[in-house]
Write a protein that binds this ligand. Structure first.
Ligand code: GN1
Ligand code: MG
Length: 368
């Protein structure tokens, strides 16, 4: 888009300062993200984002959730006497026409703006120290939101519901819209998926039996959804579109799916895909240090299950998109989604080898 068009979009928001430049930022797979630089030294820079309405059909609900979450966290940080709060929680800008709305619709597209956090980095990989810090931060995020006074809506229905994700896969297999189902590699993958399907739906069953609660979760705790300062301290949890009630396995499992994979989720070298058990231990220690107080024994006992569930679910989701004709995730080449699915399946194989060690570690945590 032209600078003028982008500047016009920015003019729909009540911000401080004069825009000097707008350029792409980051490499999100769902929304489009831009950095808006302002001319004045005392005005913040901003992030401008176009929300993908195929993925998030109800932007009003997403932004109401985000407003509730960021206001609640801000209050908690203030009460705790924290400094530098603007760097520890995202600040979304109101629309210039309606101060109660944190988004603007321009030519049918949904946009939002937030303050850019300066001197902060996201990581594609963590070491044990930073993953322990990330565990503490995600646990704290859940703990802070445990008493949020409003009920949050489900921004993507059945987002982490394994039964639903398998159903979606079965439906696309039946339709086979792009003729990929018969590929031998796909067939081999489907066998592995089927062999674990019943076990992986355990959380849904436990939910129905009333032994597993839903709590407010982030639901996209990929390693790069957390900002660190230059000294490696955690600043802020970002990418809040999917904050909603869910089983806590979501946040715990999805972090390890990305943080404990020795390579990126789309690395095509399947021999290099490997679960780093030291990251698992460090993250778990951090997470239990801040979330252990409210988690039930059943939740803690099932953390090793959560570690397996998320690569499995992501394999199912990537394969579903591959068989659908690559409509959900941006792809750089023809088989990109299949490679992603295969990477996640190999991560699961590697995790399964570490199962006894993970179980023993969690047992020891429970005894402490
Ligand atoms: C998407 O938006 P982003 O890139 O952080 C997806 C996650 C997947 C992830 C896989 C709303 O996350 O669930 O785990 O891609 N988010 C949504 O990379 O579907
Ligand atoms: Mg993200």
């Amino acid at each position: 888009m032209e600078q003028n068009e982008l500047k016009n979009i920015v003019s729909h928001f009540a911000i401080r300062g004069t825009v000097s430049e707008i350029k792409p930022l980051g490499a999100g797979l769902i929304n489009d993200t831009l950095l808006v630089t302002t001319a004045e030294a005392d005005a913040p820079n901003y992030v401008l984002q176009r929300v993908n309405t195929n993925v998030f059909p109800d932007v009003d609900l997403v932004m109401r959730n985000i407003f509730a979450v960021t206001t609640h966290i801000r209050k908690k940080l203030e009460a705790a006497g924290e400094s530098d709060i603007d760097r520890k929680v995202l600040t979304f800008m109101p629309s210039a026409d309606d101060a109660t709305k944190l988004y603007a619709v321009v030519d049918g597209q949904y946009w939002r703006m937030m303050i850019f956090i300066e001197d902060a980095v996201t990581k594609q990989a963590v070491n044990p120290d930073s993953s322990c810090a990330a565990g503490k931060a995600f646990g704290r995020f859940q703990a802070m939101l445990a008493d949020i006074p409003v009920e949050l809506g489900e921004t993507i229905k059945d987002f982490h519901n394994m039964e639903f994700r398998l159903q979606q896969l079965r439906e696309v297999i039946a339709k086979d819209p792009v003729g990929r189902v018969a590929e031998p590699e796909v067939q081999a993958m489907l066998k592995e998926i089927d062999a674990r399907a019943e076990y992986m739906c355990k959380a849904e069953r436990m939910g129905r039996e009333g032994v597993l609660p839903k709590r407010v979760c982030h639901c996209d705790t990929k390693v790069n959804n957390m900002m660190f300062d230059r000294q490696d301290n955690v600043l802020c949890v970002i990418d809040l579109d999917t904050v909603m009630p869910n089983f806590i396995f979501s946040d715990y499992g999805d972090f390890l799916r990305t943080g404990a994979n020795k390579v990126a989720e789309d690395n095509p070298d399947m021999d290099a895909v490997c679960f780093d058990v030291d990251i698992f231990k460090a993250f778990t220690e951090g997470y239990l240090a801040s979330a252990g107080g409210f988690l039930t024994r059943v939740e803690i006992e099932n953390l090793p299950y959560a570690v397996k569930l998320f690569p499995y679910m992501q394999c199912v989701r990537f394969l579903w998109d591959y068989l659908s004709g690559d409509k959900y995730w941006k792809c750089q080449y023809d088989k990109h989604n299949f490679v992603r699915a295969n990477n996640q399946l190999h991560l699961l194989f590697s995790i399964e080898k570490h199962e006894p060690e993970m179980e023993a570690f969690i047992d020891a945590c429970l005894k402490q």
